[in-house]
Design a binder for this molecule. Structure first.
Ligand code: IMP
Ligand code: MG
Length: 179
């Protein structure tokens, strides 16, 4: 697996330090509140586990899975819910945790759907953001790192379901995509 990596874009230590900063910001913004944190499977799983353990507040866990049709390194823009939550969200302070904002279609779709369930508030927290790739206007409330237009893996992010368990955010060798 390690042979498929071209370079490390964001090392583990930097990710850990940034997650601590984001957690502090979230703690300040939600002081005295209960946060319903929705982890978007599977990409956000690693970031979610690291983030929630740094938040010193009453945090409730929820897990959802959405898919954008199609494989490869681009999303098709068509999004559907694969696994929904069964907890009502009305009156709750909801924080969606996602791995990356790319075209923006997944999160803008998801946020719209969840807004219809009447939460008190709804915000989005993402480890990575590729603003140059946006097709749908979307802004994250808490963003770990803005990155350039490169396909990355590790820290939960995959290519064809591989590399999610890498500790760093990495760039793959181009030949991996053409294998
Ligand atoms: P969007 O709907 O285009 O914003 O795409 C979001 C989804 O595409 C993410 O949840 C990821 O699963 C996937 N994705 C986008 N960019 C990357 C990347 O660089 N590496 C791995 N997955 C990515
Ligand atoms: Mg993915």
């Amino acid at each position: 697996m390690i042979n498929d990596i071209e370079s490390v874009l964001i090392p583990e230590e930097k990710i850990r330090a940034r997650i601590k900063e984001m957690a502090k910001q979230i703690e300040n913004d939600y002081k005295g509140k209960t946060i319903t944190v929705i982890c978007i499977l599977r990409g956000a799983s690693v970031f979610f586990c690291d983030l929630v353990r740094e938040i010193n507040l009453d945090v409730r866990f929820e897990f959802m899975s959405v898919s954008s049709y199609g494989a490869g390194t681009t999303s098709s823009g068509e999004v559907r819910i694969v696994k929904d939550i069964n907890t009502p969200l009305n009156g709750k302070d909801v924080l969606i945790v996602e791995d990356i904002i790319d075209s923006g279609s997944t999160l803008s779709f998801l946020k719209k759907i969840l807004e219809q369930r009447g939460p008190a508030s709804i915000k989005v927290c993402t480890l990575l953001d590729k603003p140059s790739r946006r097709k749908v206007d979307f802004k994250g409330d808490y963003v770990g790192f803005e990155i350039e237009d490169k396909f990355v893996v590790g820290c939960g992010l995959d290519y064809a379901e591989k590399y999610r368990n890498l500790r760093d955010v990495c760039i793959l060798k181009p030949e991996v995509y053409t294998k």
